[in-house]
Design a protein around this ligand. Structure first.
Ligand code: HEM
Length: 190
């Protein structure tokens, strides 16, 4: 009786060790069943073309390993018209009467008292009359569009609408309040 119990427990132990050894040889389980082509649970054989594709280094297979050439890395810089550099914009801001860049009548109340809603904002989306909202403030960007270092087409993507997410996507570090301080129309209300 004693010996048969010992026999039994040895068998169970041996069996468990065997299972553990077999499992360690298996690929880690993904929790998915084997593909339908593999009826016995092993992985299906691959042909020589598939093996070659899997073992040959390819740029399309390993994009993170390819280093772009300096030419490819160079950014396409926008060429601004003469007289439209950031310094020219700063000069214009110093010299123009405030309401001129704001594009409003001098009698218009100060921006903190002007509320602009979505419908109003939408009306100003052309090159000659362009407003946008950045971080809750509405700006008349009409005079700035040609000074934009990222180009006219890019900045016009935020014309007549809330451009905050686009603005932050490209340059969250740019201080719009400062750049456009004389172009502010009012506060955006949804
Ligand atoms: C009123 C809104 C905006 C202002 C005041 C503004 C201002 C600026 C400034 C100051 C730069 C130069 C940044 C630097 O050199 O570090 C710049 C570059 C750029 N901006 Fe804007 N931007 C505005 C809206 C937008 C929008 C809506 C887009 C895209 C849809 C955009 C795309 C770009 C791009 C692609 C660049 C070039 C970035 C680079 O050369 O690395 N900007 N912008």
């Amino acid at each position: 009786m004693v010996s048969s119990l010992e026999d039994l427990s040895r068998k169970v132990r041996d069996n468990n060790q065997g299972l553990a050894a077999r499992n360690s040889l298996r690929p880690p389980s993904s929790g998915l069943r084997p593909p339908p082509s593999s009826s016995n649970g092993t992985f299906p054989a691959i042909n020589s073309a598939q093996r070659a594709a899997a073992t040959t280094p390819s740029s399309s297979l390993s994009p993170s390993l390819t280093v772009p050439s300096p030419q490819a890395r160079a950014r396409q810089k926008v060429v601004l018209q003469p007289g439209h550099s950031p310094l020219d914009w700063a000069h214009l801001n110093r010299t123009q009467p405030k309401h001129k860049l704001r594009g409003v009548d001098p009698s218009t109340p100060p921006p903190q008292y002007v509320k602009v809603n979505k419908e109003e904002l939408k009306k100003h989306k052309s090159r000659s009359d362009c407003w946008t909202c950045i971080n809750g403030k509405v700006f008349n960007i009409t005079p700035y569009v040609n000074f934009h270092p990222g180009g006219v087409d890019e900045i016009m993507k935020c014309a007549g609408k809330d451009g905050t997410s686009l603005f932050n996507k490209y340059h969250s570090w740019v201080n719009a309040d400062r750049m456009l301080e004389n172009c502010i129309i009012g506060v955006y209300v949804n």
